[in-house]
Design a protein around this ligand. Structure first.
Ligand code: BES
Ligand code: ZN
Ligand code: ZN
Length: 461
């Protein structure tokens, strides 16, 4: 529980004074003599996220100064690891947006993944809930982020397709949602051949499956979320080199994200009919593995030539997107750690967003900015469609030329999305390569709050 370090106001608490850089001179002029001299002596400049412990007359910790910019959680997120033990409160007036940013930053700053360690860190300090804060929303965002990070950080040995299904089932049970899963050879019988083809090489206990959660009144608008659930991506017979394979426990990051969004939607009881689909597999190597240039049938009927067994995400998503399209939802969003190419284009911190609907794209970008949860739109560039033509099958999962790989992957997915369905695809890293305040090295939620804010804006009564 990352929100457990946000506490009810009332007891003794050390004040934290947020100060914008340009306000510092005025603020200093009005401060007491000790604080004035301390700011001078330490050259504190109120840079965003920088803090200063201010002593009182007897050497006690009297207050904390914190540099802030426009409201963003990240300015607040270093404090829980920097401040001494105790309880803190925010001083002065703050808008609801500032209050939410502060509380969310605090909560995210207390996250760590230590369940597999015998030695735990000391408990971080607590912050009193700021007055204007939307507590349920902040709590939901912090908990959903922690869920996403925990699922990604869990080693593949402990989180195979079965355990991923278990996590979805637990979430369904907690929220009175319905849960359904199709496992192993039943995928063939029920016509999800592409999911089966990718996952069939794994050990029987790690058989492929299609996980489904549904929630909400049938009369409400239908929103479907699809997440790539590759619990480990070895590359398959086109085996990844060791350095590229190392992080591939995170290849179920898309699945973790859709569960995180679902947790928030159900917690807030948004008036929509939610459906979550997760094709969950391990892309493994064995005698039954799919081979380069095999042709794989799909639920939609299109055949896929396997140009590269490492381009497995789009193959399993093909069946999940076709299934999702069956009931023509009013909104379809997928999250996937789909391509290295999206990381080459935008780096590790900025997910690529593709959409077949301009209005949806701009609304999503606005939410991303508003939530300090950035996304960047990339084009479904029509002239590149020919790059995924196959000479043997209807389409190939890996074009000959590697250029534009994030775009050709998105164009591939689009083939399986039903006509007229507003669809957005988020190709994300789901991992922090190094630690920043509130964003420790390891699994990360990216675009989670942006997508939730969009659903809230569209569907909240
Ligand atoms: N899971 C990877 C993509 C990935 C790699 C995402 C690193 C984030 C970080 C995916 O399954 C993959 O291997 N894609 C290939 C596709 C190629 C073979 C057409 C890639 O991006 O190299
Ligand atoms: Zn792969
Ligand atoms: Zn993958």
């Amino acid at each position: 529980m990352t929100s457990q370090y946000l506490v009810d106001p009332g007891g003794p608490a050390i004040p934290i004074q947020p100060i914008a850089k340009e306000e510092l001179p005025t603020w200093r002029a009005r401060a007491g003599a000790i604080a004035q001299r301390w700011i001078e002596a330490t050259s504190f400049d109120a840079a965003p996220g920088k803090s200063l412990l201010v002593p009182g007359r007897n050497g006690e910790l009297e207050s904390v100064l914190l540099g802030v910019s426009e409201p963003t959680p990240w300015d607040w997120a270093a404090l829980p690891l920097e401040l001494p033990r105790g309880t803190y409160r925010i001083e002065g007036y703050h808008s609801p947006k500032e209050a939410d940013a502060a509380a969310l930053g605090w909560a995210l700053g207390t996250y760590r993944f230590e369940r597999m360690r015998s030695k735990k860190e000391a408990a971080p300090p607590s912050l009193e809930w700021p007055e204007a804060c939307n507590r349920p929303r902040v709590t939901a965002m912090a908990e959903a982020t922690a869920l996403v990070r925990d699922l990604i950080n869990t080693p593949a040995s402990d989180l195979g397709p079965a355990e991923l299904a278990g996590a979805a089932e637990q979430l369904a049970n907690d929220n009175e949602a319905s849960f359904h899963v199709i496992v192993g050879d039943d995928l063939l019988e029920k016509n999800y051949p592409a999911i089966h083809a990718v996952g069939r090489a794994a050990a029987p206990s790690r058989a492929p499956r299609l996980i489904e959660l549904s929630w909400g009144e049938a009369s409400h608008p239908k929103v479907t979320l699809v997440g790539k659930g590759v619990c480990f991506d070895s590359g398959g017979l086109d085996l990844k080199p060791a350095t590229n394979m190392k992080l591939m426990k995170k290849d179920m990051g898309g699945a973790a994200h859709v569960l995180g969004v679902a947790a928030m939607v159900m917690g807030a009881k948004l008036p929509l009919r939610l459906r979550v689909l997760i094709p969950a597999v391990e892309n493994a190597v064995s005698g039954s593995a799919m081979r380069p240039l095999d042709v794989v049938p799909t639920r939609k009927g299109l055949t896929i030539e396997i140009g590269n067994t490492d381009a497995e995400g789009r193959v399993i998503l093909a069946d999940a997107l076709a299934e999702a399209s069956g009931e023509s939802p009013s909104l379809l969003i997928d999250f996937a750690t789909l391509t290295g190419a999206a990381r080459v284009a935008l780096g590790a911190e900025l997910p690529a967003m593709f959409a077949n609907d301009d209005e949806l794209a701009s609304a999503l970008l606005a939410c991303a900015t508003g939530e300090s949860d950035p996304l960047w739109r990339m084009p479904l560039f029509e002239p590149y469609r020919k790059l995924i033509d196959s000479k043997v099958a209807d389409i190939t999962n890996a074009p000959e030329a590697p250029l534009g790989g994030a775009i050709t992957a998105a164009l591939f997915l689009r083939e399986f999305v039903g006509d007229g369905i507003p669809w957005a695809h988020i190709d994300l890293m789901a991992w922090n390569q190094s630690s920043r305040p509130g964003r420790p090295e390891g699994g990360e939620a990216m675009g989670l709050r942006a997508v939730y804010a969009l659903l809230e804006e569209r569907f909240k009564k």
